[in-house]
Design a protein around this ligand. Structure first.
Ligand code: NZQ
Ligand code: ZN
Length: 403
């Protein structure tokens, strides 16, 4: 068990009609002149944006709007948002949408408060000294960005996708009405569920430090998300299932399932970010496509965790007598760990997620795989992972195995 700091300052307002409280929350956190940031139009079609602007208007809070955030949000729009905020003396950013909108809002917030090029933070050249306050009305359960410190932005030049984390960017509030996620396409719902699982699995498969309470929370979260993701495949309007998934999304990435460990592995995320950067795929689907290859590559180096996962999460049973006749032998544990990995892949297929790059729709050339491995190693400063330390050649081997 390692020492830890747990910091989760976001005020969460959760449930039906929660968005009606947005104007009050903005006022509570001192917002007087807002930038309302949103995506490609789902919040216009659903009427959510109109309801929010009406309520702000009624509350006498002024705002400007900036839509157009795309999945894998782009740096050019961040620059545009920074200028808009400076010109209009914006003091608060309201993100209405999913992880991409929230991340773009956080990046704009950094750019307004700090001098110089905001990309420097994503390029690990320097650290932010602050961020404009950000509030969130969440429309998709996935990234956990509504409570997380991180923000992931893609720079068009060179197609570089990088994340930056700092507590300054943790949203002041998150409004979460599970009903708002009912307009999601099934594919995006499944991508979101995968991302939620992965945020806890990244922390679960670590090389040092565990706590029983953290493991129990993580295992319960993983089982709950799988159970409710299956319900949503058949019944997408099921409120309770939407609510379970939505809350799990926040808990999965607000630090709770990492307390007492070394922070987790995160190699699957790093590998996926390169796929997203180069091929512009949905983040959750990219994770599902690469995870199995990562897991098979590393499981022997993190065997007790993979065995625990197989038994406590996937419901595998330890055989009384192991395959080689030796209870608890390494060989038997490896077989058990592999069954856990196969079970998770079977679950991904059940919710119609890909389990390799081909199924993801990515036909990467050898050169592109090498480019992703190079960029990934560069982005992590040489070495990624905690379950097993991965260098560029390991990353390339995993990409190749995932084709
Ligand atoms: O743009 P609109 O029209 O709103 O459509 C979006 C988008 O096409 C749509 N959508 C969202 N809510 C909807 C809806 N459609 C209908 N009804 C609704 N209620 O869904 C699509 C995906 O939205 P997006 O925001 O891109 O999804 P997500 O929340 O999965 O965010 C993905 C981004 O977040 C990053 C990912 O890498 C990716 O760039 N991540 C951010 C993290 C963080 N900040 O903590 C952690 C994650 O690991 C992740 O890397
Ligand atoms: Zn993620």
């Amino acid at each position: 068990m390692l020492d830890f700091t747990y910091y989760t300052p976001t005020k969460v307002v959760f449930g039906r009609n929660a968005e009606t409280q947005t104007a009050n929350l903005v006022r509570e956190f001192g917002g007087k002149k807002l930038l309302i940031h949103y995506g490609g139009g789902s919040v216009i079609r659903s009427g959510l944006l109109q309801r929010i602007t009406d309520s702000l208007h009624a509350a006498g809070i002024s705002y400007v709007t900036l839509g157009g955030v795309v999945p894998n949000p782009r740096l050019s729009l961040v620059y545009q948002g920074i200028e808009l905020c400076k010109t209009n003396h914006i003091d608060f950013i309201l993100a209405v949408g999913g992880g991409s909108v929230i991340d773009s809002a956080k990046a704009i917030g950094y750019g307004v408060v700090n001098e110089g090029d905001v990309w420097d933070f994503y390029d690990y050249k320097r650290k932010a000294k602050g961020c404009l306050p950000v509030g969130v009305v969440l429309t998709i359960a996935a990234t956990g960005s509504e409570m997380s410190a991180s923000s992931v932005i893609t720079k068009e030049e060179g197609l570089i996708k990088r994340g930056y984390s700092s507590d300054f960017a943790r949203p002041k509030f998150a409004v979460m009405n599970p009903e708002l996620t009912m307009t999601l396409p099934d594919y995006q719902t499944a991508c979101g569920c995968t991302d939620i699982l992965m945020h806890t699995m990244e922390r679960y498969f670590n090389g040092s430090g565990t706590m029983e309470i953290t493991d129990a929370l993580a295992e319960g979260l993983l089982r709950t998300v799988m159970e409710n993701a299956r319900i949503l495949v058949k019944d997408p309007k099921n409120y309770d299932a939407r609510a379970e998934i939505m809350w799990a999304g926040s808990l999965s990435h607000n630090g709770l399932t990492g307390c007492g460990s070394d922070g987790g592995d995160w190699a699957t995320h790093k590998l996926e970010h390169e796929i997203g950067g180069l091929f512009d795929v949905a983040h959750g689907a990219g994770l599902a496509a690469i995870w199995g290859s990562w897991a098979r590559y590393v499981y022997k180096d993190c065997l007790p965790r993979f065995v625990k996962f197989a038994v406590n999460v996937m419901g595998e049973r330890r055989p009384d007598v192991q395959a080689d006749g030796q209870p608890g032998s390494t060989q038997a544990d490896e077989a058990l760990a592999l069954r856990g990995i196969e079970d998770m892949e079977a679950f991904f297929r059940e919710i119609k997620m890909p389990t390799n790059l081909r199924e993801l729709g990515v036909n990467a050339t050898d050169g592109q795989l090498a480019e992703m491995a190079r960029k990934c190693a560069e982005g992590v400063g040489g070495c990624a992972g905690s379950a097993k330390k991965l260098r560029e050649e390991d990353m390339l081997a995993i990409y190749r195995a995932s084709r």
